[in-house]
Ligand binder design. Structure first.
Ligand code: NPG
Length: 381
């Protein structure tokens, strides 16, 4: 299917757009180079189309550190701009969401949430799964796990052993200046054969190249987003000096960015996250550009609840996704997910949802228990 064929069928006339801010305690704090999260907060969007409803998740974090977007800003954008715009006139299909909101610069995570909700609703009406709609080629996907920065190297290695015991096929370690070479060397010595990658979340400068040259000796699968989130040229200069593939995350916000990164040889792998790029349809376009150009991709994660995770798993089933993603099981994040839990099989794979639309939805009692704020946008409001 071409990227622009996916879009979820016939039109949808919405009655309301409901927003739920949720807070779910994480089973363990998640620390990266830009801070620590102990609670997962997210905005769930529910569109009501009368005979059918759909759900989407906005992955904006509490603070604008990973990107310019942040939860409070996304809430306002959803409530005051996106909700009313969706209700304004019927939507031909999910692609129409992007077209209608094109005048809004940025706000990709909020756009992704409403697009997912409309796609979910339209596909439910057709009885078609998101995975099928996008062109999935497998029904199970191999999964990796992302490990936050721990208090000690020993604690980190213990945590990793736990994940490997569950079957995860690749372990991603967060690094930051001052907690890099020695930590990764110690983990590598403890786990000589484990596929390991590192993620710097853009915390370094090109002048830190010696750090990456040291990491280059450690047999890593990839080094993710070492340099600034707005840069491609310096990544190309760094990639030139390394054998280990650089993977770009924050720097790739669109299919256009992906094409530029490929052209500049700024990376050898791309991490695709639907929230970061404005939705699953743009994520599919990035996938298609990369597949055509032979650039390996995998699907990232942003500690999503089951709603967002379902979309990530559908994308992970596409043919160009050749590496395990950060699509971990519900119990890696939450004691109790919002949806039915996603479970890792002992072989390190997870099933791609097959039900209509996203294939999952929030369980009402769990949603109620986790909701800390709500709003409903209707045609008259
Ligand atoms: O398992 O969903 C997951 C988390 C994977 O490390 C992960 N995500 O930088 O890629 C990242 C990081 C992240 C998490 C970024 C939350 C932003 C918010």
């Amino acid at each position: 299917m071409s990227p622009d064929d996916a879009g979820g069928g016939p039109g949808l006339s919405l009655r309301s757009v409901a927003l739920f801010e949720v807070a779910l305690p994480l089973v363990r704090p998640f620390r990266t180079s830009f801070g620590e999260e102990t609670n997962k907060r997210a905005i769930l969007v529910r569109v009501d189309g009368g005979d059918v409803a759909g759900w989407g998740e906005c992955v904006a974090s509490e603070e604008p550190r990973y990107s310019e977007e942040w939860l409070a800003g996304s809430w306002l954008a959803l409530q005051t701009i996106f909700g009313p715009a969706l209700l304004d006139a019927p939507l031909a299909d999910a692609r129409a969401v992007g077209e209608r909101l094109r005048w809004v610069r940025g706000h990709r995570m909020a756009k992704a949430a409403v697009e997912a909700a409309v796609l979910d609703a339209t596909l439910r009406r057709l009885g078609r799964s998101l995975a099928d709609e996008l062109g999935a080629v497998r029904d199970r996907v191999p999964c990796g796990v992302s490990v936050g920065i721990a208090a000690t190297v020993g604690a980190m290695i213990e945590e990793i052993h736990g994940y490997l015991g569950h079957g995860y096929r690749r372990v991603k370690l967060k690094i930051e200046p001052g907690r890099d070479i020695d930590v990764i060397r110690a983990v590598r010595e403890a786990l000589p054969d484990t596929p390991l990658s590192v993620d710097a979340n853009g915390a370094y400068r090109l002048s830190d190249a010696p750090v990456f040259e040291a990491l280059d000796e450690m047999g890593l699968v990839m080094i993710e987003q070492p340099l600034d989130h707005e840069d491609l040229v310096e990544h190309a200069a760094l990639q030139w000096r390394l054998r280990t593939p650089i993977c770009l995350d924050e720097s790739i916000r669109s299919a256009r960015d992906a094409a530029a990164a490929i052209e500049l040889e700024a990376c050898r792998v791309i991490n695709i996250k639907p929230g970061r790029v404005g939705g699953v349809l743009e994520a599919k376009r990035i996938h298609d550009v990369c597949l055509k150009q032979g650039m390996p991709v995998w699907i990232g994660g942003m500690l999503e609840t089951g709603v967002g995770r379902a979309a990530n798993l559908a994308l992970a089933a596409l043919p160009g996704v050749t590496m395990p993603g950060d699509t971990s099981a519900s119990d890696r994040y939450f004691a109790e997910d919002l949806t039915v839990p996603f479970v890792l099989a002992p072989d390190g794979t997870m099933a791609v949802p097959t039900g209509p639309g996203l294939g999952v939805e929030p369980r009402p009692e769990r949603l109620e228990a986790c909701t800390v704020r709500r709003a409903v946008v209707t045609r008259s409001s």
